[in-house]
Design a protein around this ligand. Structure first.
Ligand code: YXS
Length: 276
C-alpha cells in the first residue's frame, strides 16, 4: 500500500529523508477533526518508522486558512471534557511533541485554536508574512487545559500568552516572530526555499541520532517545572469542569454554528463558589 493510500485527509510523501505531511481537507478549512487527527498521528508514525531525519507539517489552504482548529461540530455537548488528555486532538499534539525527530510547521495562512497549539507543539515554525496565529477558546466558552496553557507560557512568556488567550484575536507573523512563537518569517514566494535552505539542509547534514537524543532531552527537561501541589491540579480541574459543563460553552458552540455573536452569561464570580 503506497504511503498515501492509507490516509484520507493528509497527503504524505518522503523526499530525501524528509517526511512531508500536508493537511488536505481545504473544504473543511483543515479542521482538526477526529479523522484528521488520527491521520496525522499515523503519518507521524510513518515518517519516523521510515528513518526520516525530520517531518514537515504543511496545509493545503482555502480562504487563506492553514487550519481552523478543532472541528467545532465535534466538540462534545454531553458534559464531557472537550480537551481531555486522550481526545484525538490532544493525542495528536502529544505525538508531535514525542516523535523523536524534529517536526517543523510550514505555515502560509491563518492558524486558529488547537491548530495554534499544533504549531507550538512542533519543534520549529517557518511562516510567510501573511500568516496569523490565534488561540480562541475564550471566543467559544472553552476553558482550555493546563498542558496547553503551559505550552504557550513556556514558549511566549506569561505576558504574551495571557494576551493571546484573553483576547482570542490573531497575532501577525512579525509579532509572532518577535515573541518567539515562530523561528523565521519570509515572503510567501520564498517560504519553500527558506524551509529547505535554513531548516532541512542542515538537518540532513547533522547526525540524526544526536538530534534525536537532544529532542528526547528537550522533552524531559521541558516537563521539569516547579512542583504544583496536588490541590492545585484539583482546583484547575474544578475550574475547567465548571466551564465546559456551563451554559457559556454550549452558547459559544451554538452561536458559531448559527453564525451569530455569542451571548455569554457566565460570570467570573461563578468560579468563586466551591463547586462541591
Ligand atoms: O457555513 P459552512 O457550512 O460553509 O461552514 C463554515 C464554518 O462553519 C466552517 N468552519 C468550521 N467548522 C467547524 N469547526 C471550525 N473550527 C470551523 N471554522 C470554520 O467553515 C465554513 C467556512 O467558514 P467561514 O464562513 O467562517 O469562513 P471565513 O473565511 O468567513 O472565516 C474563516 C475563519 C477560520 C476565520 C472562521 O471560520 C472562524 O473564525 N472559524 C473558527 C476558528 C476558531 O476559533 N477555531 C477554534 C476551534 S475550537 C479549538 O480549536 C479548541 C478547542 S480551542 O478553542 O480551545 O482553542
Amino acid at each position: 500500500m503506497t504511503s498515501n493510500e492509507r490516509f484520507q485527509l493528509v497527503d504524505v510523501k518522503i523526499e530525501d529523508r524528509i517526511c512531508f505531511i500536508t493537511m488536505n481537507n481545504p473544504e473543511k478549512l483543515n479542521c482538526l477533526s477526529d479523522a484528521m487527527c488520527r491521520d496525522m498521528v499515523e503519518a507521524l508514525h510513518y515518517g519516523y518508522s521510515e528513518q526520516c531525519v525530520a517531518i514537515v507539517i504543511r496545509a493545503n489552504c482555502r480562504k487563506g486558512v492553514w487550519s481552523a482548529g478543532h472541528d467545532i461540530h465535534e466538540l462534545p455537548q454531553d458534559g464531557s471534557d472537550p480537551l481531555a488528555y486522550d481526545v484525538p486532538m490532544e493525542r495528536m499534539l502529544h505525538r508531535v511533541q514525542e516523535v523523536a525527530i524534529p517536526v517543523i510547521a510550514c505555515v502560509d495562512g491563518s492558524v486558529w485554536g488547537g491548530a495554534c497549539d499544533l504549531c507550538l507543539s512542533c519543534d520549529m515554525i517557518v511562516a510567510s508574512e501573511n500568516a496569523t496565529f490565534a488561540i480562541t477558546p475564550a471566543k467559544i466558552g472553552i476553558p482550555y487545559n493546563a498542558s496547553g496553557i503551559m505550552h504557550f507560557v513556556n514558549q511566549l512568556g506569561l505576558n504574551k500568552a495571557r494576551e493571546m488567550f484573553f483576547l482570542a484575536t490573531p497575532i501577525e507573523a512579525r509579532d509572532a516572530l518577535n515573541v518567539g512563537l515562530i523561528n523565521r518569517v519570509t515572503t510567501a514566494d520564498k517560504l519553500e526555499s527558506e524551509l529547505e535552505s535554513h531548516f532541512l539542509a542542515p538537518l540532513r547534514r547533522n547526525s540524526v541520532m544526536s538530534v534525536s537524543a537532544i529532542k528526547r532531552q528537550f522533552r524531559i527537561l521541558s516537563k521539569a517545572s516547579s512542583v504544583i501541589p496536588s490541590e492545585g491540579f484539583e482546583r484547575i480541574n474544578a475550574y475547567r469542569t465548571r466551564v465546559y459543563k456551563g451554559a457559556d460553552y454550549i452558547e459559544g458552540i451554538n452561536a458559531f454554528l448559527e453564525k451569530r455573536a455569542p451571548n455569554f452569561k457566565g460570570k467570573a464570580s461563578d468560579l468563586d463558589t466551591n463547586p462541591f
